[in-house]
Design a binder for this molecule. Sequence first.
Ligand SMILES: Cc1ncc(COP(=O)(O)O)c(C=O)c1O
Length: 488
Amino acid sequence: MELTLTLDATSAKPLQVQVFDQVREIILEGKLKAGMALPPSRLLAERLGISRNTVNAAYERLSAEGYVKARGTAGLFVEPIPPDSLLLIQRGGQALTNGPVPDETGEPLLCFAGSPGGGGERPELDFWVGRSDPAGFPLRIWRRIVNRLLSHETAYLTDYCDPAGLPELRAAIATHLRRARAVAVTKDQVVVTTGGQDALNLVFNLLKGHTRQLCIENPCYLGASLIFRSAGMAVHPVPVDGDGLRTELLPRDRGSLLYVTPSHQFPTGAIMPLTRRLELLRWAEETDSYIVEDDYDSDFRYDGPPLTALAGLDGGRRVFYVGTFSKSVGAGLRIGYATVPRMFWDEARMMKARMSNGQAWLEQAALATFIDEGHFDRHLRRLRQLYKARRDHLVATLRRTFDEAMIIGGESGLHLVWRLPPGCPPARQVQVAARERGIGVYALSSGAAFDVDQGARDDMLVFGYSSLTEAQIGDAVGRLKSMLGDHA
Ligand SMILES: Cc1ncc(COP(=O)(O)O)c(C=O)c1O
């Protein structure tokens, strides 16, 4: 079939993204059906008058996201995708207008229970997840921006700002999300929060009036579990496998709120394929449920093109997207954000006003400038290289030391999972023994992770590698080897 694409060379959107978006649209509209072949990249490139590399990049992303699959040398063929009428993927950013009216019960706000590390000394070589490298903080540029701001624009030091966050920062976040995650939001759908935790609380508080049941991945992120478990509502744990949350096990009752980390499941690292993402959206639509997508570490993807977020597929209907700068810039900033479907905007802004009446101006203004002046993109490129090298070193050292060690979830983010070889003691025992040797590694039911069944899957260890040097990683793996001895 001939593909009719209209490219705009003057657009800010890169050509490969335009090709990706339009071919994806043609597939979702059902014009290119399952089993049909995409035109060879050389042909399409010639017809469009663009380079073959551009078409190849778009095809690679379509393949990574599961829209098409290669069949040997025969080319790329469209994968089966449930009919659009069932998917209810809404394109064009229309807002949802049905659904119950938010219920204001005036329940007290939930609080975060402090550092999940639970105090105590940090181990000498700590693979605690998601710690950005202290030496990677862009201190020189940050200092320059802050000095400049303090010498010119100080009105908001003594005055209140928009409770939803500094408009310049909200606009910068919306632009970043559109480019990096294909999430089509405007600044008037973005609420700036105190880190991702505050964003999760905001979304939970917004939706609790709509919610009869809370669904959570199992195992999952401790911070999210703390919010859900203290809500006094039924919590339904949904198991995860190598493709993330098992959508077929979601309850069919109406009115659920689901917490999910599809792009890098926390803690297992699984990446949810497109078919499951679409099933999730269909489930939400059919059961009148909402989804909180926690995209905590998506700025770091090392292998293959970036994946479209669930919120990008949903088109602003049922997915509330939560992001954080804790991994990409630094947790000490305490800046995160939530995006909300348009119909929730006024309520979200009012809720943020009730919760904290906005965020500290200086950090927001500095971050907005950091992004707008292009420093953020450069900083991310540098960190991606650094963390990829650490990931590669950890994977290579584990594989060399433990005979083809099985590694999961290393394609993106700041942590990966090592499945212990048969014959090894359970992961929680290994965790305790490693700790005595100055090494922090974490079973799926500990650290920043929570497992409702408390150790039901006790053969995996989580390694957050981003804040350790390659020499430290080598040292730690060596100590693990001498500790595990003949077991592994
Ligand atoms: C899965 C996940 N979600 C959300 C967060 C929230 O991050 P913060 O509140 O530090 O911005 C974290 C932090 O480690 C996380 O691991």
